[in-house]
Write a protein that binds this ligand. Structure first.
Ligand code: ITT
Length: 214
């Protein structure tokens, strides 16, 4: 793993086809002066996510991109895990939003589905939940390293706010009064200068990645 500990420089691919994630990852990388191109800009195919864990899926996406592009590749696999639903939608967070299998995604419908599943399970508020993000870096040498971040909170219905993406409008981080959907990106994913933990799962995973590789 010694190679991974060298500073990452030059061009890298952000191996995501999700515009919300891409935007956040570009913002997180911006201070480091790397030239980040997206999987979409390079015309890379979207790999099928067949892994059984967030780490497996993040690594599969990063490996696919490093092979296709010949550049270091950074991928994120993430999801919302709801305690009363046994961790669902979890790995299937994107799939819960698909209107048709593999087709366009409707997160208003996905958030309704979460609420309906909670009702069906007989759950009572507070609906505790967490977001997970695993960021994997794959190098042209074949090395891969992964970093995880989590944020804990509760779910609110109806959804609140129009900012962010995905399940942000139902997620209220512990100790705060606004959902991720009501927060500016700068607040959701700020990296504190004093090294204390960031707020969002992705920013936390990024902090671990940055400490090791940037
Ligand atoms: P890529 O695989 O191309 O990166 P994806 O959208 O398919 O994009 P995932 O398989 O990791 O990504 O799905 C995770 C889903 O979880 C994603 O589509 C979001 O809806 C949701 N999610 C992840 N992080 C989130 C965040 O910060 N805020 C809201 N929802 C989030």
């Amino acid at each position: 793993m010694s190679g991974m500990r060298q500073k990452l420089q030059g061009r890298l691919v952000i191996a995501t086809h999700n515009s919300g994630k891409l935007w956040e990852m570009r913002e997180l990388l911006a201070p480091y002066g790397l030239d980040a191109v997206s999987a979409g800009e390079l015309g890379l195919p979207e790999p099928e996510e067949t892994g059984a864990t967030f780490v497996a899926n993040a690594e599969l996406k990063a490996r696919g991109a490093v092979q296709a592009a010949g550049l270091p590749a950074l991928a994120d696999d993430s999801g919302l895990c709801v305690d009363a639903l046994g961790g669902a939608p979890g790995l299937f967070s994107a799939r819960w939003a698909e209107v048709t299998p593999g087709g366009i995604r409707d997160f208003a419908a996905a958030m309704d589905k979460v609420e309906a599943a909670l009702k069906k399970a007989g759950a009572r508020p507070p609906y505790t939940a967490h977001f997970v993000s695993v960021i994997s870096l794959a190098m042209p040498s074949g090395e891969v390293e992964s970093f995880e971040g989590k944020v804990f909170g509760t779910l609110v219905f109806p959804p609140r706010g129009t900012l962010g993406f995905g399940y942000d409008p139902i997620f209220l981080p512990n100790g705060l009064s606004r959902t991720f959907g009501e927060m500016m990106a700068a607040e959701k994913q700020a990296i504190p200068a004093d090294g204390s933990p960031a707020l969002s799962h992705r920013a936390r995973a990024f902090q671990a990645f940055a400490r090791a590789c940037l």
